[in-house]
Design a protein around this ligand. Structure first.
Ligand code: 13P
Length: 331
């Protein structure tokens, strides 16, 4: 592991005023996005969908990294330029999703484990040669009756640590993503308590395994009430609780902290990030690594009709500009 190289990559991702575009939906999840705008889930439509977000002038002013799916990293843009080259020309770091999705956890109904360690070392080597310098692995934690169990948190933490270790050995900065899902009726207090348990365990295991924290980026959910809880919380409360739990459980030398949107609307994602970034007690650079909250407005405007592309790309850039300001708490 070359610690200096990892830190340099980290610095090209965690840049003031910039964040990460998550556009790494698996083919089946991409199919859901396409279905929502009436398009069939074909390879060509997925290419049109990725192109809408990747081949846009000036995105490099607002994003420093883009998370890609395996199909996309091998694909060409509509102008027949490899997507990875398009990003490289804009000095945007290509980050590759390397987990292979979730499976049911045996003996723990409702809980999930993320797969993909098998053959990961070789896949990382190939992605490195292709030009990827970051990777992403998402573990999901569901809140519910007697959930999450300590076993689920612990197994996912072990797997995330193995993944992070393999990435660093391959010269790739790992985005470590334990997502506490918004699905459910839980209160914001429960969300804070669970995120705390998860972060504590994840960093305990990362440290046991000697993962180099300055060469790692935490991708986390915010402290938010369950989607079906009927609670309405201000961005100030969400920020206060999120900052508190991060300050308590995330070591100060972690390379950076980015947030997923996890089902928040675009407006909420912007406002909540802005409120978090306003807090001066955070020892890390913080930013966004949003998928749905970035893509939503542009996808709806596009709706698969290329006559709408200009407007869709404008809407996309407006979201990115607002997010960029939000990373500095300037909205
Ligand atoms: P969302 O912002 O849509 O939650 O996606 C981010 C992501 O990368 C989830 O793994």
């Amino acid at each position: 592991m070359n610690k200096l190289d990892l830190e340099k990559i980290k610095e090209t991702i965690m840049v003031r005023g910039k964040g990460i575009l998550a556009i790494d939906e698996s083919n089946s999840t991409a199919g859901l996005r396409l279905a929502s705008i009436g398009l069939e889930n074909t390879e060509e439509n997925r290419r049109r969908y990725r192109d809408l977000f990747l081949d846009v002038p000036e995105i490099e002013k607002y994003i420093s990294g883009a998370i890609l799916y395996d199909e996309t990293i091998r694909q060409n843009s509509l102008k027949e330029i490899p997507f990875i080259k398009l990003l490289e020309d804009k000095s945007i770091v290509s980050i590759i999703k390397v987990d292979m999705g979730i499976i049911d956890m045996e003996g723990f109904p409702g809980e999930k484990i993320t797969e993909g360690l098998l053959g990961l070392e070789d896949r990382l080597k190939e992605y490195y040669e292709m030009g990827a310098r970051g990777a992403k692995w998402r573990a999901i934690i569901q809140i519910g009756e007697n959930m999450p169990s300590d076993e689920c948190i612990s197994q996912n933490a072990e797997i995330l640590s193995k993944y992070a270790h393999l990435c660093q050995e391959a010269g790739i900065v790992p985005l470590v993503e334990p997502e506490v899902l918004m699905d459910g009726t839980h209160t914001i207090e429960t969300s804070e308590e669970v995120l705390g348990r998860v972060l504590k365990k994840v960093f305990d295991v990362l440290q046991e395994k000697d993962v180099y924290l300055p060469g790692l980026i935490l991708k986390t959910s915010m402290v938010i009430s369950g989607k079906d809880s009927n609670e309405i919380k201000t961005e100030e409360e969400i920020a206060e609780r999120t900052v508190r739990v991060l300050n308590k459980y995330v070591p100060k030398n972690v390379g950076g902290v980015v947030f997923l949107s996890g089902g928040q609307s675009t407006k909420e994602g912007i406002a909540n990030l802005n409120a978090i970034a306003e807090d001066t007690s955070l020892p890390w650079d913080v930013s966004f690594s949003y998928g749905r909250a970035i893509q939503g407005p542009a996808l709806n405007i596009w709706s698969g009709n290329d006559d709408n592309l200009t407007l869709a790309k404008e809407a996309y850039l407006t979201v990115l500009k607002d997010l960029s300001k939000a990373t500095e708490g300037e909205l």
